[in-house]
Design a protein around this ligand. Structure first.
Ligand code: KG4
Ligand code: ZN
Length: 334
């Protein structure tokens, strides 16, 4: 079984070819970081126009790198939500066109579902149930994954997503975009000593806007920050986000008696986060599954893994299916 997957929910244009047993034959991602970097964040209108320019070459490259012909494709998977409406529509229209011309089923995938199935690409021993932390630019939430299409919310952010906080703090400090990558690079091994607040410490939900405001307040206190002050703020901020994400996730896994933890979404590319999760997993006898950084950030390969599951179960989307910008993962409608 071979599935072509398309992902355009935010600012990465991606196409991938995957085959049975979760093998990735090709995965092409064209990032728009340079375009949005000028604005310090994703500009939706600019993103959808860039997807229009890139989707066709990205698709052709994915076919070429997989060394297959389009006649070998058994299904076309595409992210239909959640995400930016205009961006989603570019990918969905393109996928519909291919599905019609190949006369192959269209498979409608939830972007978050893609993130928590990404580990299946590299780990063959991952078993249900598992706790999935998805921490990206648009989402930060915990889910209990009991099986395919059997998901339960276990906590989510009440305001900003973790990646959004990274992006906003990096912008405040003039470090560049994407903020998580810029902060990680700027900080290196430096260990900051500022004690930032950890909102909702005793609850399952996350909150990052207070932390961002705490950074803003320090920045406002100074006319001009020295490089030493900047690195101290950035490093302390990074450590606080990492502590919040790891402590809540591990505490929930222990309370629920769930041994397997999956970490995914752009923020899970963070080295400090990965190290802390690995240390905690040893300490508490948990198994941590974190995809390689290229499968943590947005990519079509993870969408293809969900597509393979949909195809094998015969869950086919009608040609009239629309993009659902706010599609809640626990509200599967297709
Ligand atoms: O999953 P993703 O590629 O796109 C969304 O679905 O949002 O995540 C992008 C987010 C951005 O906010 C970016 O700053 C953050 O992930 N990110 C990181 C790192 N790499 C990307 N955050 C912390 N450390 C990183 N290394
Ligand atoms: Zn994502």
């Amino acid at each position: 079984m071979i599935v072509l997957a398309i992902e355009t929910s935010c600012d990465d244009t991606s196409a991938a070819i995957v085959s049975s047993d979760n093998k990735v034959l090709s995965s092409v991602v064209s990032s728009q970081n340079d375009i949005h970097g000028i604005f310090g964040g994703v500009v939706p209108e600019v993103a959808s126009r860039a997807h229009l320019d890139k989707i066709s070459p990205v698709y052709h490259l994915a076919i070429e790198e997989a060394n297959i012909s389009s006649s070998q494709i058994d299904g076309v998977a595409v992210t239909i939500g959640p995400g930016l409406a205009g961006s989603l529509l570019v990918g969905l229209s393109f996928a519909k066109g291919l599905s019609l011309s190949f006369k192959k089923p269209l498979l409608a995938v939830n972007h978050i579902e893609g993130h928590f199935f990404a580990p299946f690409i590299e780990y063959k021993d991952l078993e249900y149930p598992y706790l999935a932390l998805v921490a990206s630019g648009g989402h930060t939430a915990l889910y209990i994954v009991k099986g395919f299409r059997n998901y339960e919310y276990a906590g989510k952010t009440r305001d900003d997503a973790a990646g959004e906080a990274f992006d906003k703090v990096a912008k405040l400090l003039g470090l560049g975009y994407p903020g998580g990558v810029a902060i990680e690079k700027f900080v290196g091994d430096y260990e900051g000593d500022i004690d930032f607040p950890k909102p909702l410490e005793k609850e399952r939900d996350f909150s990052f806007s207070g932390l961002k405001t705490a950074v803003l307040n320090i920045v406002k206190k100074h006319n001009k920050l020295s490089e030493d002050q900047k690195i101290n703020i950035a490093s302390s901020f990074q450590r606080t986000v990492v502590d919040i994400l790891t402590e809540k996730t591990v505490s929930l896994a222990l309370t629920k008696g769930i041994k397997n933890i999956v970490i995914s979404g752009g923020v899970s590319a963070n080295k400090l986060l990965r190290k802390k999760f690995e240390n905690l997993s040893k300490e508490h006898n948990l198994k941590i599954y974190i995809p390689s950084p290229k499968y943590c950030t947005d990519n079509a390969a993870m969408i293809g893994i969900v597509g393979l599951n949909l195809l094998s179960k015969g869950i086919i989307a009608p040609p009239t299916v629309s993009a659902i910008a706010d599609w809640d993962i626990t509200d599967i409608v297709v």
